[in-house]
Design a protein around this ligand. Structure first.
Ligand code: FAD
Length: 501
């Protein structure tokens, strides 16, 4: 290791949406702090946050059926849907603050209105969707949601999906205009441009090879310039490990006890993409269906209008798959090298428990294009193979840990793991993902800066007016925020009006 050493207040590892969000929050709270970003790739947002690597859904439970679960008594549990929706409102408020303060511009480059829909077929799923709609329709967070079982209405809403469809079983859909498509890659790059203008030191092509605690309690990082191979040391009082799939290895290297016993299970993703303008013009919605039996929740099929660089395309998927890599640009040894003495038993237990999931994922990897077209034709009956191309999306690393549910439990959410003294934190897991970045980074701030949080509260409330308030208990506040954020972010007037009645 070279002797060159740089000291800073904060190091953010990884230039994805999470580091971009945390850096932007901290710059507002502590403008004088020195922040350094270390990213192994040549630009920001090349991994999961990239627009071609995720589905770009502003997750707010307007269409995702897996956030509402049918209880044994037949009623619908909407608690997760409410949580995810409230978290998205927090993101919208922070993005609006940045726009209104002229810290970022042109929100239409990263967020556009696209209706969110759920679509089901068959008696059982129609009955579920009807009950889900009844449970949500009078909830102010889901204001404006419509439901229909009428094929003629559905034809109006989703002509491409209804064309040539043989309607020989019950069919139903919900639709809500206030859904969004978010280009998280563009947002990530916009936030890093903003951070650069605020003198944040962003080092691309710099890989963090190791992290250890220095004798004075700060963190010392071994950083390698991937072009020259030159190694230097960077020290910081606070480190955020925002390495996406790469976070688990870095957390393990830090050696903090809170990171012990945790493993990771990689799930890869594939989309079918259509850029034929004639086909694209026939569909404008994000339409989520039910997950096939045995599929993990992140492979719920959906047909999405995407708006990338002002051009519309359709994404269908994601098809899940298995690859031992933890990052799209990762190594085939990522999974094996993440198995350590402290998580071996947990990983083995998970391996035994999840044989069927692994088999399902491997079978998914082996699917031919025609087999994938068959799944797509459930959504677009007359889809032509020539219009659709396969696209490799990002990797997600699911958390494996021992929980009350047993040893080696696979988890599908995200979790902030931090040292007891708050000097280092890592974000593991990937769902609901980028949409909830602001809430998750506020959690990092609360956990890691407990002595500052009271002093910071007024500024946090200025940035996120609903901070500390349950939106659900304040329906008037929901309407106000939906209206003001729709205006700031340039979302349609129709959406704003809907929110205001
Ligand atoms: C198929 C798929 C669909 C998705 N759909 C949605 C969706 O519709 N809506 C939604 O909200 N979310 C979605 N997500 C989740 C969302 O994309 C992620 O939660 C989010 O992008 C994660 O951001 P991040 O900053 O944590 O990680 P990333 O964007 O992966 O960034 C991590 C960065 O860290 C860098 N890095 C890693 N290790 C090192 C190291 N040692 N040194 C230096 N740099 C390092 C990487 O190069 C990378 O740039 C989806 C994800 C996938 C895979």
């Amino acid at each position: 290791m070279s002797n060159r050493q740089t000291n800073t207040d904060v190091i953010l590892i990884g230039a994805g949406i999470m580091s971009a969000t945390l850096g932007s929050l901290l710059k507002e709270l502590m403008p004088d702090w020195n922040i350094t970003v270390l990213e192994r790739r040549a630009t920001a947002g090349e991994e999961s946050s990239n627009e071609w690597n995720n589905a770009g859904t502003g997750h707010s439970s307007l269409c995702e059926l897996n956030y509402t679960v049918e209880k044994p008594d037949g009623s619908i549990d909407i608690s997760k849907a409410i949580k995810v929706n409230e978290e998205y409102q927090v993101s919208r408020q922070f993005w609006s603050y940045l726009v209104n303060s002229n810290l970022i511009r042109n929100p239409q480059d990263f967020i556009v209105p696209v209706p969110h829909m759920s679509f089901v077929q068959g008696e059982q799923d129609v009955s579920f969707l009807r009950k889900r709609f009844k449970a949500l329709e009078h909830n102010p967070l889901f204001d404006g949601m419509e439901y229909s079982e009428d094929p003629a209405k559905l034809k109006e809403w989703i002509p491409l999906m209804m064309k040539d469809r043989n309607v020989n079983q019950p069919i139903a859909a919900t639709r809500i205009e206030s859904g969004t498509d978010v280009n998280f890659g563009a947002l990530t790059r916009i936030l890093f441009d903003h951070l650069k203008s605020e003198n944040v030191d962003i080092k691309f092509n710099h890989n963090v090879d190791d992290i250890k605690r220095a004798s004075d309690g700060t963190w010392e990082l071994k950083v390698r310039d991937v072009a020259s191979g030159k190694v230097e040391r960077q020290t910081a009082k606070f480190v955020f490990i925002g390495g996406g799939g790469g976070s688990l290895h870095l957390l393990q290297k830090s050696g903090i006890p809170e990171g012990k016993g945790i493993g990771g299970f990689p799930v890869s993703g594939l989309f079918m993409v259509c850029q034929n303008p004639e086909v694209v013009a026939q569909h404008r919605a994000k339409v989520y269906g039910q997950a096939p039996v045995g599929a993990p929740p992140m492979s719920v099929p959906h047909l999405d209008t995407r708006v990338i660089d002002k051009k519309e395309s359709l994404f269908f998927g994601p098809f899940a798959g298995f690859s031992p890599k933890f990052l799209k640009f990762g190594s085939m040894f990522d999974l094996s090298s993440s198995v350590k003495g402290h998580n071996l038993v947990t990983m083995m237990a998970a391996g035994v428990k999840n044989v069927s999931l692994t088999t399902y994922l491997i079978k998914q990897v082996m699917l031919s294009k025609e087999k994938r077209m068959e799944a797509l034709r459930e959504f677009v009956p007359n889809a032509n193979s020539e219009d659709w191309e396969l696209l490799v999306a990002g990797q997600r690393v699911q958390i494996i840990k021992d929980t009350a549910a047993g040893k080696g439990t696979l988890q599908f959410g995200t979790e902030v793991i931090s040292a007891a003294d708050g000097s280092i934190a890592a974000l593991l897991g990937a769902s609901p993902g980028a949409s909830t970045a602001v809430s998750v980074m506020l959690e990092v701030i609360k956990k890691c800066f407990p002595t500052h949080i009271n002093e910071w509260e007024p500024k946090i409330k200025e940035m996120i007016p609903s901070y500390g308030v349950s939106l659900l208990k304040n329906p008037e506040l929901i309407r106000q925020h939906q209206l003001s954020t729709a205006r700031a972010l340039g979302l349609s007037e129709k959406v704003s009006l809907q929110a205001s009645h």
